[in-house]
Design a binder for this molecule. Structure first.
Ligand code: NDP
Length: 434
């Protein structure tokens, strides 16, 4: 805390992990001796750079770029790039820190990293986004590589942006390599990567419901926030599993549609036109639009799937969820619940699936994309989707086993933190003080 007083998001993420892994240290005195915690909270490398580009009016614009290579104990750095005006070093550090444990939980050999920029793509033309991405990669290319650090997408970084960055990397290095994941299918992308985080979230939730409550999505009312990559495919899978999803949102407001969200319309608005979610209410008679995205948590539901951004559920909103009958919160977004919101879940018996476990499906399929690139082959959608489902189910199993071992049976948060941590800690001890 003394070292990073101006990094509240990062400190929040660290505190959440540290509070739950304490019991492990009694069994593993070597962790303390080899300074695992002290080394774990200090990124191996923080890269911060200027990103100059020229807008359509011919003006020079300058943004700030980041890549934080947090921990490579179990594999090359891996984690997404976020383009959003709220991006700061603290935000990238919290995301990179979380990524270490998330990647470990997938069982694949990936270290933790994260990056991005305070660039705001809203209202920018394709040509502007391309020039920005090219400038961003012109610096980033000297720090990443298929065996070193493999970035992917995150908020506002999808197939378009990954394509432009991949093109620029190839041009500068004269090398066709799997340096990014989330690529187009024509140049090394994996089937099911686009769907992976949202689908994986639902596989995780379904499995946790089955094991802990002998229950499922069937017949449940579900509230989803966001209408981006994660939200859209979470809605799709939840509907497939028999749920009635009644909301979605963007940063301006939310849609309530008691008849169930018509996903084709959301996809048309968001994926085809990069429009605002408000338009949904103009096109669907049964839907209401409400200004202000945070009130989405006042809609009564059985299951809440936050899929927009960090700290989107605070204590009063967590209480509203519980008061209205919600008994399951599984996180598609990273750190969407404040610590006080998590306390509300814990005090009210809510089945709580923390982000680093519940949303690990995206990076898991990114790991599978890396394998396919190395083999120079591509698996079918069904094969990749099956592997994703298997990984999500084993994350539930491993989390519950770790929680049980340390006397907190059924605690998915504690279990995820412990299971993710132990593998990384063991590798850090074995590799020496570096
Ligand atoms: P997108 O850019 O596709 O969508 C983000 C959605 O969240 C949009 O609806 C956006 O609305 C909304 N949103 C963004 N910022 C805010 C904000 N400050 N307040 C309210 N709403 C906001 O991103 P993704 O779907 O990829 O990511 C969503 C979350 O999931 C993030 O937390 C991300 O880190 C996490 N995640 C993503 C993974 C992936 O594979 N993509 C993997 C694991 C986690 P608007 O259009 O108005 O900005």
């Amino acid at each position: 805390e003394a070292r990073d007083p101006e990094q509240p998001e990062f400190l929040q993420a660290v505190m959440e992990v540290f509070e739950t892994i304490e019991p492990v240290f009694k069994d593993h005195p070597e962790y303390e001796k080899s300074g695992v915690l002290e080394r774990l909270v200090e990124p191996e490398r923080v890269i911060k750079f200027r990103v100059p580009w020229i807008d359509d009016e011919g003006h020079v614009q300058v943004n700030r770029g980041y890549r934080i290579q947090f921990n490579s104990a179990i594999g090359p750095y891996k984690g997404g790039l976020r383009f959003h005006p709220t991006v700061t070093e603290s935000v990238i550090k919290f995301l990179g820190f979380e990524q270490i444990f998330k990647n470990s939980l997938t069982g694949l050999p990936m270290g933790g990293g994260k990056g991005g920029s305070d660039f705001d793509p809203k209202g920018r033309s394709d040509a502007e986004v391309m020039r920005f991405c090219q400038s961003f990669m012109t610096e980033l290319q000297r720090h990443v590589g298929q065996f070193t650090d493999v970035p992917a997408g995150d908020i506002n970084v999808g197939a378009r942006e990954v394509g432009y960055m991949f093109g620029q990397y190839k041009r500068l290095r004269n090398e066709f390599a799997g340096v990014l994941t989330g690529k187009g299918l024509e140049f090394g992308g994996s089937l099911a990567r686009t769907e992976a985080t949202g689908y994986g979230l639902c596989y995780y939730t379904q499995e946790a419901l089955r094991v802990l409550r002998n229950d499922s999505f069937a017949g449940k009312t579900v509230v989803v926030s966001g209408s981006g990559n994660v939200a859209i495919f979470a809605i799709e899978k939840a509907q497939e599993l028999g749920a009635n999803v009644v909301t979605c949102s963007d940063s301006n407001g939310y849609i309530y549609d008691p008849n169930g969200i018509d996903l084709d319309i959301v996809k048309d608005i968001k994926l085809e036109h990069r429009g605002r979610i408000k338009e949904y209410a103009d096109r669907v008679a049964s839907a209401e639009y409400h200004e202000g995205c945070s009130e989405v948590w006042t809609v009564p539901c059985d299951i809440a799937l936050p899929c927009a951004t960090q700290n989107e559920i605070d204590e009063p909103h967590a209480q509203a969820l519980v008061d209205n009958g919600c008994t399951v919160v599984c996180e598609g977004a990273n750190m969407p619940s404040t610590p006080a919101a998590i306390a509300v879940y814990q005090n009210n018996g809510v089945l709580y699936g923390p982000a680093k476990a519940a949303n690990a499906g995206g990076v898991a399929v990114s790991g599978l994309e890396m394998s396919q690139n190395s083999y120079r082959l591509s698996w079918t959608f069904e094969e990749t989707d099956k592997r994703l489902q298997g990984i999500m189910e084993s994350i539930v199993a491993e989390s519950l086993a770790a929680a049980k071992q340390y006397g907190h049976e059924g605690d998915l948060m504690m279990g995820a933190n412990i299971a993710g941590f132990i593998k990384v800690a063991n590798a850090m001890v074995a590799e020496g003080i570096i």
